[in-house]
Design a protein around this ligand. Sequence first.
Ligand code: SF4
Length: 302
Amino acid sequence: MKGCNLCPRHCNIDRAVHQGICRARDYIRIASVVIHKGEEPPLVQGAGSGAIFFSGCPMRCEYCQNKEISHNNFGIPVETDQLAHYMIKLQRLGCSNINLVSPTHYTPWIIESLLQAREMGLDLPIIVNSSGYELVSTMQKWYEHAHIYLIDLKYGDNWAGRALSKVSDYWDIARRIISHVWEEVGPLEVDKQGRAIKGLIIRHLLLPDMLSNPFAVLEFIADISLNIPISIMSQYNPKYYTGDIENMKRPISKHEYQVVLDKATSLGFKTIYTQEIDSAGEYFPDFHASRPFGDYINLLIT
Ligand code: SF4
């Protein structure tokens, strides 16, 4: 990785020598490997989703609830074959997929791990769980290897990306990537057990005072296709916010959440995943409250 340009930050640095904005170097670093039951229902069939959290992140969201991982680069280095073994372990424990959480800055290394894991017998669907701040050229690397694209559309304008995530062009970049992924993978497909096997899901975390511009987000997605499942998240927690925008220092209200749900319903989306409004503050809130807030096992610890 002599000149890293894996994401729209275009640091163009030698990662053997320097850290980029994402804090990554030229080896994989992971923060946790867990069986996660708090994702959208088609992603948590069986034992749950086999989530692998990667250290660092190209975005600098001031309200990130995983700052220790994303900003402070918490985690341990792993070799590609070690990561492949974790994937196999998640499969043996009954997970319905391998969920790569913020994988962008390690894309080539993770793909190498996936190839090794396939050799070892991995046959689960792979999820790319992304912030939406992606380059088409990097996303294209995944298409041959990953099946489900769980992509955030965080903001409906560039102002919010600048004010809250230190990126100037989030809205432009994320719209382009979502259109591209949609063209490539299409709507979500599930098998007879209700397990997601392929396709696109878009997440939107609602921010207080509608600062995420949710109507623009929903209208943009609706214009692409009402068959795209959308996940409207209520879990914003002000305790992680470190900026100085006054309205970000409170949770969202039930009324705000309902207004956004009503908008999504009136636009005609076929599938809308919701969260309990009082889930704010939970680390892994439950979707639809259809399952108890699940136990999860950190395989790096147990
Ligand atoms: S992946 Fe990291 S080092 Fe590479 S361009 Fe993005 S922020 Fe910079």
